[in-house]
Design a protein around this ligand. Structure first.
Ligand code: C5P
Length: 211
């Protein structure tokens, strides 16, 4: 069973993907982390994330980099969003993501193009979204709790910029797959969002077994 979870930054898709993984007993891949590693490695090599060839060099990142907490920062997210625009970078990460999805028993992957490009044949697809205000408010609260000194206005501007870049790029833009079910988390707490996500996935799986 393969479950695709896509959506914009800070929509809660990562949290939901992990909760679904625990619920269905499936392994989970945060594909954003791969792009973050490419961006960080590109920068470590002194490359320009806006130049395709230099960004591509970042895709040879060492595996240990995936455990680096620095990848979770906003700065790493912004770099990821810049390297991820390049088709060569997306291609370099394709096999790894498809192999993860194809493992026996299935998997959950979360990202931007899982249901559209990586595994269009997924058994269930969620497109998790939320208003810019709700997403920025959530991200701001998380960062303040971690002791980061940042304003809500700065976070809102950063998310809006990343949304525009992710949705506006030519290669695998952030779009909802036609057969993905929308889950708007703007007014949902974590527990309610998880319950809703499980119900939506169950409904899709049931429909598959009936058809
Ligand atoms: O999900 P996360 O915020 O970690 O993703 C970081 C960036 O990586 C996104 O803004 C997006 O540009 C890129 N990304 C992507 N395709 C994916 C996952 C992430 O382009 N499947």
């Amino acid at each position: 069973m393969i479950i695709a979870v896509d959506g914009p930054t800070a929509s809660g898709k990562g949290t939901l993907a992990r909760a679904l993984a625990a619920h269905y007993g499936l392994p989970c891949l945060d594909t954003g982390l791969l792009y973050r590693a490419v961006g960080a490695h590109c920068a470590a090599l002194g490359g320009d994330p806006d130049r395709e060839e230099e960004a591509l060099r970042g895709s040879t990142f060492p595996e240990a980099l995936l455990d680096d907490p620095a990848l979770r920062t906003e700065a790493a997210g912004a770099l990821a969003s810049r390297v991820s625009r390049h088709p060569a970078v997306r291609q370099a990460l394709l096999d790894r993501q498809r192999a993860f999805a194809a493992q026996p028993g299935g998997a959950i992957l979360d990202g931007r193009d899982i249901g559209t490009v990586i595994v269009p044949h997924a058994d269930a697809k969620l497109f998790v979204t939320g208003s810019l205000e709700a997403r920025a408010g959530r991200r701001h609260a998380e960062m303040v709790a971690r002791g980061v000194d940042v304003t809500l206005a700065a976070i809102t501007a950063d998310l809006a910029e990343r949304d525009a870049r992710d949705a506006g790029r030519a290669a695998a833009p952030l779009v909802r797959a036609e057969d993905a079910v929308l889950l708007d988390t703007s007014n949902l707490g974590i527990d309610a969002a998880v319950r809703e996500a499980i119900a939506l996935v169950d409904a899709q799986l049931e429909r598959h077994t009936i058809l």
